[in-house]
Structures are given as structure tokens and as C-alpha cells.
Design a protein around this ligand. Sequence first.
Ligand code: HEC
Ligand code: HEC
Length: 214
Amino acid sequence: MLALALGGFVFMTGCDASEDSDLERGRALFLQNCGTCHTLAEAGSSADVGPDLDASFAQARADGMDSDTVEGVVQKQISNPREVEEGAPNYSSIFMPADLVVGQDAEDVAAYVASVAGIPGAKPPELPPDQLFTERCGSCHALQAAGTSGTTGPDLDETLAGKNAKYIEQQIVDPNSQITQGFGPDVMPQDFESSLTPQDLQGLVDYLLENVGS
Ligand code: HEC
Ligand code: HEC
């Protein structure tokens, strides 16, 4: 009872903005809205259009910045992205769009990033292949066994039926080696060979082999 009361007290007086943020939701939103441009080890994203967020915040943390401050920086960046001046060393011709996520979504994303960015040794949680598929592939691919219905890429129940492990693996690590009819090249991420561990890759291939066409 005492512990409970104390907990409530701390919650009510604490000024931590992340108190009512949902980190798991923030992670999913990050993957959908930010992972296409940014590397963040815990999210398993390895894109390099924008800065590597682990690198950005490792330095800041080493200089004494705490997670609450990181959260504020990220939130500000989301609503009001800095423009790097042309000619500056980190100038990029691709800009970060403002307000990719807003309101509670932006709070959740910022709290999530603040909880993992630049933390030494951060790496993605180990997921079983079906969850890994849902997280990394399901936004683009339909697969009945996983309950996903993305349409940016082919319906894998249809196109992978009867295909062997070697073919499936090759299409994951080198999607442009053979373009599925009706779809364009360079849409599927080209970096799964490095962004997935060998075990995760093998797990996905086995999972697909077992489940397509079901
Ligand atoms: C289209 C690509 C793109 C997307 C999508 C994107 N960003 Fe960025 N981001 C950039 C670029 C380019 C920069 C560097 C220029 C700048 O600071 O605005 C940047 C800078 C940042 C920075 C500052 C990093 C530093 O080193 O100071 C943070 C934090 C950040 N982004 C977070 C996010 C979050 C969170 C999301 C998702 C809501 C997101 N970004 C989505 C391209 C992107
Ligand atoms: C951003 C969207 C996107 C994501 C994310 C994505 N894919 Fe794809 N995928 C595509 C598109 C588009 C194609 C068809 C063009 C091509 O062949 O490259 C494709 C093709 C494939 C093929 C070949 C299918 C065939 O008919 O031969 C396989 C296998 C595949 N993807 C598996 C995966 C797996 C596994 C993941 C997650 C680790 C994944 N994809 C993530 C868009 C995506």
C-alpha cells in the first residue's frame, strides 16, 4: 500500500514528459516513419539518408545530455526540422519533412528514440520469425500466416508458392536480381543482408518456405 501510494506520488509530481508515452508504439511508428532515412541500432534500421541517430546522441550523452533532453531535441526536430545550410559538411539535398508524426504519436516516437539512441550495445530485440516478418516485411507484403496485407510488394502466398529456399533467400538479400512482374526495382530495401543477422535471415527463409500458399 505504501509502495503504491508512493508510486502515485512520484508519478503525479514527476516532470518527466515520457511518463505516459508508449515506447512500443513509438518503436513501431519510428520504423514506419523514420527508419527509411535513419540508422538506429535498436530499431534495426540502417538507412543513411539522414544522420545515424546512435552516432548523433552517443556524443550528446557522452557530453552529459540525459534522456529527457534527448527526447525534447527529437520532438523539436520532428515538428521543426533544422535546415542544414548548403555547403555545410553535413548538408544533404534531402530534407526531413516536418510533422511526419504529430501529437501523442510524436511524443511516443521521441520517447522511444530517447530510450535507445546512442546507448552503447543497443540492438534489436530477438523476435521469432513470424513477428520479424510482420515488423520488417509486412507493411509491404501480404502473407496469410502472418496476417499481413501490404500491397507495395507482391502477395508472397502467390508468388513464392513452389519456390525453394535458395530462391527466397536470394530475393531477400538481392531483391533486384529478379524483379517480380508488375513491380518496380529499388522499392524493397536492398540492405537486408547486413541489417538482418544470419540467424534471422535463415529463420525468415524457413518461415516463408513453410508458410507460403497456406
Ligand atoms: C526523408 C528522410 C527523413 C525522414 C523520413 C526522417 N528524417 Fe530525420 N533527418 C533527415 C535529415 C536529412 C536530417 C539532417 C538535417 C536536419 O537536421 O534536418 C535529419 C535529422 C534528424 C535528427 C537530428 C539528428 C542530428 O544529428 O542532429 C533527428 C533527431 C531526426 N532526424 C529524427 C527523425 C525522426 C524521429 C523521424 C521520424 C518521425 C525522422 N527523423 C524522419 C532525414 C529524414
Ligand atoms: C518497402 C517495401 C518492401 C519491404 C519492407 C520488403 N519488401 Fe520484399 N518486395 C518488395 C517489392 C516491391 C518486391 C517486388 C520487386 C522485386 O522483386 O524486387 C519485393 C519482392 C520480394 C520477394 C520476391 C518475390 C517473388 O515474387 O519472387 C521476396 C521473397 C520478398 N520481397 C521478401 C521480403 C522479406 C522477407 C522482407 C522483410 C525482411 C521484405 N520482402 C521487405 C517490397 C518490399
